[in-house]
Design a protein around this ligand. Structure first.
Ligand code: GLU
Length: 602
């Protein structure tokens, strides 16, 4: 569906009349239509893009009432906790990137989950052997200290104008009143039904009557409404030092499993002291200059900013604008192959490992890596990393290649801009779709399984692995919330879910927009491929069907089909002063882009 801003007023009126007259008919059949959403909108007064119609509407309402981008982002994120409970919520963590139009500065918050203080490298070992991922995921063992509620509070304190309590109110109402189940929600529930059924509190909430909620029915979460209400009254202390926190740690330490399921949910060691000690980190963003644009993203503990940044520096060596389509895609895939080789060797939580962030982002290092790319043949993976402290003058890799380890593929990205020009790019997650599968009884939210983003054992025996578990350590992430400035002013912002494919989705979309003359929404819609230093590159069906795939195969690229990669959202500042909000037209059931005052044409 195109944005309403495109439609003439008379047509708008008839659309509204049709909606009014068809809604009761739909209700008579017992089913409700899902909230309407559009993947693009252009206009003034601020913009929001998310995967959820309800979250976007709540963000727009905050902007309309005079709130700024941070106020709207927190309110919309709290709403995503209601409508996207399998991807986000106060049981998880995320990374918040903020551009302040007055100071022209970009700031970030690292709200990543942390391991318990008692964790060490043996966290996921049992009898000396690493647990299988499937055995670790639905357990107390995988749960990290959640960072999301504290991220919201910090963001509002630092840059917002509304209180934490006010910001949660619309989402509280949404949780109480309910939202209409769409195909994506029903499908995600069905895909997790077996593990959800093993946990009585999760089954009661997400499998009412023993089945996933049907499309077109109303899904209410009164427990989450009450939890939000308690947070409004008492602040985040209720979670980090109070009774919500006690419920969280008690569940982690004693997972409540239905014995009939036979599921062995390993307990974790998260304590109330871990919650009390949790701190969101305020840290400098990563920054690279790409074709005269300043590209800002998140620094470690996420590998997003350094890996997208290194790939951009490498690609600065190539004229992607005038390259053929397949040559451009070849250079893109090769750049991420190289950047992932370096990420896997060097990036982890900087409080625990010496991450060479400036070196990874240096042009000198990129020079020493770009020379590996040949126009007529693909490199072989796994490719060995190089040392940013000693860039090779002979274009050689050093060290031993480390594979890209598994990361879940579900989270959610929210992009917001306000009328003053402030922008938020915020990716938040509970890791796997459905996180640990453990709903906190009586609280209405799922706990994350973020600790499975650690490597369970060293990725390569004998080679230092920056991403092993440690006490209060943050697991390495791939989240890449990005804001791009031109001459110090906002140009565009974007981000995506997708585990390690987040990095490639953000990069491919950015390149499509900057180098291939695509509008942001066209760049988001374009077929995707993803190379992460693996023997094969993931590729979507539409990519595989393109002539480019055949041309790339001819130079040695090997593809593995992947039905869907990422679900990006973004906002662009148009040359005429309007904002263009953009989301997925198809992936994940399509996203919801909106502006405060729609003004076409787009
Ligand atoms: N856990 C992943 C990360 O931090 C995110 C999961 C996802 O995006 O799907 O990178």
């Amino acid at each position: 569906m195109r944005a309403l801003g495109r439609l003439a007023p008379a047509l708008l009126l008839s659309v509204a009349l049709v909606a009014l007259t068809t809604a009761p008919a739909a209700r008579a059949g017992g089913l409700l239509p899902p909230a309407p959403k559009s993947p693009e909108a252009a206009g003034y007064g601020g913009a929001v893009s998310s995967v959820s119609a309800e979250a976007t509407d709540i963000g727009i309402a905050v902007l309309r009432r005079g709130g700024n981008a941070v106020d709207a982002a927190v309110a919309a994120a709290a709403a995503l906790g209601v409508t996207e409970p399998y991807s986000s919520g106060i049981g998880g963590g995320g990374y918040f990137v903020y551009y302040d139009a007055r100071t022209h500065r970009v700031s970030t918050l690292d709200g990543r989950e942390t391991a318990p203080a008692t964790a060490d490298q043996s966290l996921f070992l049992e009898n000396g052997k690493p647990l299988a991922f499937a055995d670790a995921v639905s357990s107390g063992l995988s749960v990290g200290t959640p960072g999301t509620a504290q991220t919201w509070q910090q963001a509002l304190r630092l840059w917002g104008t509304r209180s934490f309590a006010d910001s949660l109110k619309p989402a509280e109402k949404l949780a109480r009143d309910g939202f209409v189940v769409d195909g994506t929600f029903a499908q995600q529930t069905a895909a997790n039904a077996t593990r959800f059924a093993a946990f009585p509190a999760t089954r009661a909430l997400f499998l009412p009557g023993g089945k996933p909620p049907a499309v077109g029915t109303l899904f209410r979460n009164p427990d989450l409404a009450a939890t939000y209400r308690e947070l409004e009254r008492e602040g985040t202390g209720a979670l980090y030092r109070g009774d919500i926190g006690r419920d969280v740690t008690s569940l982690v330490q004693h997972p409540q499993v239905d014995p009939a399921s036979g599921w062995n949910a390993r307990p974790g060691k998260l304590t109330t002291a871990d919650l009390a000690a949790y701190q969101v980190r305020r840290q400098a963003p990563t920054e690279v200059d790409y074709r005269g644009l300043d590209v800002y993203s998140i620094a470690p503990s996420s590998s997003g900013g350094t890996t997208v940044g290194e790939a951009l520096n490498i690609l600065s060596h190539f004229d992607l604008r005038h390259a053929s389509s397949s040559q451009y895609l070849h250079d893109y895939l090769e750049a991420t192959r190289i950047a992932f080789a370096d990420r896997n060797r060097w990036v982890g939580d900087p409080r625990f490992v010496d991450v060479p962030t400036p070196g990874l982002l240096s042009e000198r290092f990129a020079d020493s890596r770009a020379c590996l790319i040949k126009p007529d043949s693909s490199l072989t993976s796994p490719l060995a990393p190089a040392d940013p402290a000693h860039p090779s003058p002979t274009c050689s890799s050093a060290g031993i290649a480390a594979p890209t380890t598994y990361e879940g593929t579900n989270t959610t990205h929210l992009t917001v801009a306000d009328r003053w020009g402030n922008v938020v790019s915020y990716t938040l997650t509970i890791e796997q779709t459905g996180g640990s599968a453990m709903v906190v009884p009586g609280r209405g939210f799922l706990l994350n399984n973020e600790l499975t983003d650690f490597d369970f054992t060293p990725a390569v025996a004998g080679v230092p692995d920056p991403n092993l578990p440690g006490p209060a350590k943050r697991p390495r992430s791939s989240m890449s919330p990005t804001i791009v400035l031109k001459g110090g002013r906002f140009d565009f912002a974007l981000g995506s879910p997708g585990g390690s494919t987040i990095i490639t989705t953000v990069l491919q979309t950015l390149l499509g927009h900057v180098d291939r003359s695509l509008s942001l929404e066209q760049a988001i819609a374009a077929p995707r491929a993803s190379q992460r230093n693996g023997a094969r590159s993931d590729a979507e069906p539409a990519f595989l069907a393109s002539p480019d795939a055949a041309a790339l195969t001819a130079v040695g690229e090997v593809f593995a089909p992947n039905p869907e990669i990422g679900a990006a959202t973004g906002i662009q500042s148009l040359p005429d002063g309007r904002l263009q909000a953009a989301a997925e037209p198809v992936r994940r059931g399509g996203g919801a882009a909106a502006v405060v005052w729609p003004v076409g044409p787009q």
